[in-house]
Ligand binder design. Sequence first.
Ligand SMILES: O=P(O)(O)OC[C@H]1O[C@H](OP(=O)(O)OP(=O)(O)O)[C@H](O)[C@@H]1O
Ligand SMILES: Nc1ncnc2[nH]cnc12
Length: 206
Amino acid sequence: MTSPLPPQTWPLDVAGFAVELPIVPIKPDFAISLMMVIDLGVRFGEHVGAELAKKLAPLKPDIVVGAATLGIPIAIEVTRALGLDRYVILQKSPKIHLADARVQTITSITSKGEQRLLLDRAAEPLLTGKRVVVVDDVVASGSSLAGSLALVRASGAEVVGIGVVLTEANEWRDVLGADAALVHDLAHIPQFVPADGRWEPIASTL
Ligand SMILES: O=P(O)(O)OC[C@H]1O[C@H](OP(=O)(O)OP(=O)(O)O)[C@H](O)[C@@H]1O
Ligand SMILES: Nc1ncnc2[nH]cnc12
């Protein structure tokens, strides 16, 4: 058995806000720098909301859509900073009142197994015919965003842009295909492998 590597962080400038992200193994020989937006405080939330809104406002969105769980604070802060009011959350828990939901199956890099993303059909009138920006905290494999885009488009909305706080590595570019061009981010993070007793960024993901 190899012994665990010592704790390490990845320093990052998120559009002028300095953070230190813990490097967390998600497989024995593979780690990510974890951004738990709910642990970074309200000033960070307000900052990323304002900075993403600066990038998304020229697209003239009518409404913001975000995916549970960690996309919720991002959707709220971007909506507030855009001067909008309503937003739509794609949920993950199969609630009683979500019996009539559109569903997409996703597999994110940070969660084990498949998850379901649910769009409450009762929320669809907020989206049909509207210019929508889809937001999330991080895009890595791209599966979560691909599922979000499919749900929003199925409701008859036009996706005019995508806003993420962080892009991680590059797999998402292939998974999103032409939609990758819609992505606006505030910073990029690599992924990591062990080398000489510490975590080193994988050059191709920098
Ligand atoms: O590009 P991907 O590989 O899909 O990864 C990105 C997603 O991973 C995280 O969600 P997660 O599924 O861990 O769930 P949570 O937000 O409910 O914590 C994050 O909030 C993104 O939605
Ligand atoms: N680095 C990361 N931090 C938080 N959530 C993530 N989802 C995918 N990559 C992530």
